[in-house]
Design a protein around this ligand. Structure first.
Ligand code: TXA
Ligand code: MG
Length: 342
């Protein structure tokens, strides 16, 4: 049975969180909100609890989890050392959507990191996440709270759809501010490596630590194991139109749209307000904010993909956005979610 707790992040009901913290302490698994996406949490010291997380979301056994801490005291217990670059990033971006890879202390269960000698850690800023970790008094390992392969959950309802009956509790605290997962950066070597773009941008990070290497998501043995899997995908056929500029996107999109309509397909276009106007198509649209407001697109994209799945379209079309700032993280997710890129 899954217990569902509604918690207002502005006026936290401590009793509900105390009950959830007990569950974590006792080795059970709990869905909780963070500022990025909802997480499926378990005690990072407890190998059996971590096993339950992998099973509940059907996660591949070689994709390690991020550990969440409330303060630096707990960080120091679970990592071997903190490099100079890591310290600079912590000072600037914690608490917030940045996960940092450290050498792992053996107190962390081996299956958290799938046998690697490193562990990714972040300090969330969401008040409910922070209170939950504080009350449970253990670091909480948490992947995104979705069935592996599906879009991450940015509302408790998404996690209820995917995980009700498979987890002990779900804490509903409304929507997640960023809507995309944390940035993952490896600081164990001399030059930091960006493993996954996310809520904190590459440009913001380079301002603090200088040049950063960007990991190749298509490498044979990626440094960030999660990168090799198809992810974030709706069930509906999802076509990403990639082009250098808006004009080219419009041309390719209209061509593809007409081709699909000729085949009697039911099509919907995810677009900005501006693109919808420019296309002048009598099509069905799902407008997600304005062209220059990519934060709004980031915050809503997973929700929109889940919604459109329920509306029984044959095909979803979407144009690319520039891969800079938060656009790098959006495109990283969209490329993985797409069934076809043209
Ligand atoms: O925003 C987030 O990061 C959310 C919330 C819940 O905190 N969590 C999340 O977890 O997105 P998940 O499991 O969906 O993604 C974790 C990513 C994966 O790509 C994984 O490969 C990488 O982090 N990762 C974890 N530990 C790692 C390690 N030791 N070395 C390299 N990559 C690691
Ligand atoms: Mg995930």
């Amino acid at each position: 049975m899954t217990k569902i707790f509604r918690v207002d992040p502005q006026h936290i009901n401590k009793n509900a969180l105390k009950e959830c913290a007990k569950l974590i302490e006792w080795g059970r698994i709990v869905v909780f909100p963070t500022e990025t996406v909802y997480g499926l949490g378990a005690n990072a010291f407890d190998e059996d609890a971590i096993d339950m997380v992998f099973k509940a979301k059907n996660r591949p056994q070689d994709n390690p989890l991020i550990v969440h801490v409330p303060d630096l005291k707990m960080l120091k217990v679970i990592v071997e050392s903190i490099s100079e670059n890591a310290q600079k990033l912590i000072d600037k971006f914690w608490p917030g959507p940045l996960s940092i890879v450290f050498k792992k202390n053996p107190v962390i269960a081996d299956n958290v990191s799938c046998g690697l000698d490193t562990v990714a850690v972040r300090m969330p800023s969401h008040p409910v996440a922070r209170e939950l970790i504080n009350l449970s008094r253990v670091p909480i390992a948490a992947p995104s709270a979705n069935i592996s392969g599906k879009p991450s959950g940015t509302l408790a309802d998404h996690t209820i759809e995917d995980l009700k009956g498979k987890v002990d509790a779900i804490i509903d605290a409304g929507n997640c501010k960023y809507g995309l997962e944390s940035t993952v950066i490896d600081t164990t070597g001399k030059t930091p490596i960006l493993l996954r773009p996310g809520g904190i941008t590459l440009e913001e990070i380079e301002e603090v630590v200088g040049k950063v290497k960007v990991a190749n998501p298509n490498a044979e043995r990626p440094k960030c194991p999660g990168m090799k899997y198809r992810h974030y995908a709706p069930n509906t056929h999802f076509i990403l139109i990639q082009a250098k500029n808006n004009k080219e996107i419009r041309v390719k999109l209209i061509e593809k749209y007409n081709e699909l309509i000729a085949k009697k397909k039911k099509v919907v276009i995810i677009s900005s307000k501006e693109l919808k106007k420019e296309l002048k198509l009598k099509a069905e649209f799902r407008v997600v904010g304005e062209r220059n407001d990519l934060l709004n697109l980031a915050a809503n994209i997973f929700h929109v993909l889940r919604q459109l799945d329920k509306e029984k379209y044959d095909c979803i079309l979407m144009g690319s956005c520039p891969e800079e700032g938060i656009g790098l993280a959006i495109m990283n997710r969209i490329k993985k979610a797409a069934s076809e890129v043209i």
